[in-house]
Write a protein that binds this ligand. Structure first.
Ligand code: NCD
Ligand code: ZN
Ligand code: ZN
Length: 395
């Protein structure tokens, strides 16, 4: 294919460290096919599939199935994340070695959708993944501090009379696991960091040389707990939308690199799980198709953002964290490159019905966002051209 790239910005294909593809088990919300099409449309060439499917991705069989579905779809490389513990109980380690040695070659294990709050189990998991150079992606929520919580604990939750989710529920686990990472010498990656104090803890840990990395989600770079005043469950998410002051600190930490990467936490939910009362709604929001635009906004807007920093936080660094060697690299002549072409001057309006995701739970409906993805190439083949998904992706 030939593309007129005049005026466009070339980025290495985006890499998402945190995507809920919902297959197997919740194919009404998303499938590997629909989710990777959404990824391609958002400029991604690789996604790490979070493990809280049904069944949970806690065996070699499930992670191999997810990887095979990704290959068959052909829209993005799908790297499954293994569940660190069996099921969503967090009581017993999963088949970490079997998943690592499977055809899916899992390196990242996570407790997303629940939390390994038992420090003994966490220590064992860290020692285990260290033996083959893997890492744990920590969902970072102390469940005993968030029981019944509906939104960020603060002035707005007090006013609305909704049970609050304290920042310390996240910070306590991050602080603990920084210490366990240093103690074991293992790698920990912190998922969806959302508070200013979490950033402080991570900054200090890095200064001491702890092997820790962290991601932030687009919605935590833009939205605040003020959105809960609408009682619209589209704004309900784990961890919750925080305060304006947290947003400012997260933006600064992303620009600086204390936060290593942007990850979407793309969490599709079908209408029945969102078109209901706030308290009954499932937490989570879509992210893949809007992440680049919001990252650019958060890093200074289309004219203010430094594109090298955008490439670093959305592609090169996440590729390095996940060990995806074919990604996060600038295209080289003679290689099958993974890259994205972006129109820095264009804007677009988010129309839920136009999204490639099977779900519609975007908090950005009707918003005008900067920057459009014009083309995405996976291994030298277009998955998106002229802003449209290519229907033929396989030879
Ligand atoms: C996640 C989901 O829907 O799988 N939801 C979310 O709000 N991030 C799971 C989770 O992290 O709680
Ligand atoms: Zn999570
Ligand atoms: Zn998640």
């Amino acid at each position: 294919q030939t593309v007129d790239a005049d005026g466009l910005v070339l980025l290495p294909g985006l890499v998402d460290l945190h995507t809920h593809l919902r297959e197997p088990g919740r194919e009404d919300a998303e499938t590997v096919y629909s989710g990777t099409r959404a990824a391609a449309k958002g400029g991604y060439t690789a996604v790490c599939a979070m493990a809280n499917s049904y069944p949970v991705a806690d065996t070699a069989g499930v992670v191999e199935q997810v990887a095979a579905l990704g290959k068959a779809a052909g829209y993005a490389d799908v790297q499954p994340i293994g569940a660190v513990s069996i099921g969503l109980e967090g009581k017993q380690l999963a088949e970490i070695g079997a998943m690592a040695h499977s055809a899916a070659a899992v390196r990242m294990f996570s407790d997303d959708g629940h939390c390994v709050s038992d420090p003994i189990l966490m220590r064992r998991a860290l020692e285990y993944v260290k033996t083959f150079g893997g890492l744990i992606a920590q969902h970072a929520e102390e469940p005993r501090l968030t029981e019944g919580a509906q939104m960020n604990e603060g002035a707005v939750s007090a006013e609305l009379g909704l049970p609050g989710w304290p920042a310390v529920a996240e910070e306590a686990i991050i602080a603990r696991d920084v210490l366990l990472a240093e103690y074991t010498g293992a790698r920990v990656h912190f998922c969806h960091v959302s508070t200013a104090r979490s950033v402080d803890i991570i900054r200090e840990a890095k200064a001491r040389g702890a092997k820790v990395t962290a991601e932030v989600c687009p919605h935590h770079l833009l939205l605040t707990d003020e959105a809960a005043r609408t009682y619209d469950p589209v704004y309900k998410v784990n961890p919750p939308l925080r305060r304006e002051s947290d947003v400012a600190v997260l933006r600064g930490a992303l620009a600086e690199g204390v936060i290593d990467a942007v990850a979407t936490d793309h969490a599709p939910h079908p209408p029945q799980d969102k078109d209901c009362e706030w308290a009954a709604a499932r937490p989570g929001m879509l992210g893949l198709e809007t992440a680049l635009s919001i990252t650019v906004l958060a890093l200074g807007g289309p004219t203010g953002a430094d594109w090298d920093t955008v490439a670093e936080r959305t592609s090169r660094t996440p590729a390095r964290i996940a060990g995806l060697e074919a990604h996060g690299r600038d295209p080289q002549p003679g290689t099958e490159a993974n890259f994205t072409l972006v129109d820095p001057a264009a804007t677009w309006t988010v129309v839920p019905a136009d999204l490639a995701s099977l779900s519609r739970n975007t908090p950005y409906a009707g918003m005008e966002l900067p920057v459009t993805v014009q083309a995405t190439f996976l291994r030298g083949r277009a998955t998106v051209l002229n802003g449209k998904i290519e229907e033929e992706t396989t030879e």
